[in-house]
Ligand binder design. Sequence first.
Ligand SMILES: [Fe+2]
Ligand SMILES: [Fe+2]
Length: 263
Amino acid sequence: MTQDNGFAIAQERGITLGEIGHRIVEENDLTRVWEVRLEPGEELGFHIHYHPYYVVSLGGGANEIETIFGEKIATEEPLGHTTFINDPRAIHKLTNRSDQTYLSRLIEFKSVRWVYEDDPSNPVPEQPEGGGAPEGYEAAFKEILIHAATLPWSPKSLPGLSQKMLWRNEETGASIALIRFEKGVGIPNAHSHASNQFMFCLSGQYRYIPTGTTLVAGSFYCNPIGSVHGPTVADETTVFLEIYDGPHYPVQPPWYTNEEDAH
Ligand SMILES: [Fe+2]
Ligand SMILES: [Fe+2]
């Protein structure tokens, strides 16, 4: 039920919803039978129904239904009158407006249960097993999200080489970056790294000249710390995801004029 059923107003006004009748006469798995008895002028306080129901009048019946929004509906239910309510209605109360006792049986059909979206008594959905956040998780959670496509390529001091730095740990020197070699560009010298270097080729073709080792889209390549490799050349413009788990070089390599580019 998406409409406003008056739960918020009830809360604002400090109204606690009551039962839909005065006593349960009989109950089984399918039905619950209530007695409603109102002396002249007496009121059955605000309540809401959770099941379709029949009302069978046993006498009286000139009542007034008043919704929590103030809408008033006069009822006429003489002895033997039956009313079937198959649609939920907003929170309401019932007042006997006649000078006779009103007595009825209200029979709820329990196999159908109405759920009101604005009902604060709705059960809170359980967290899926293992899916709940452990205590303190939110405070400790530091998320990083970069849409690399929106970052500009930043040229390095080796012409034809540029990068998009995604993450860097200044303490350890570890980093994750996208790097791009223009066609024909490469690292001009044999060298080794001061940490493990991992590369995943996203596009292009890139070759280690002395060994002929060639990386294409989808190639994963690793230079363990100290492994000597290069020179290299990009046979096509090539983009890598490049990861170092520590500092990139033991000393600043000669092909970078900017010391920053060796990090
Ligand atoms: Fe009612
Ligand atoms: Fe290298």
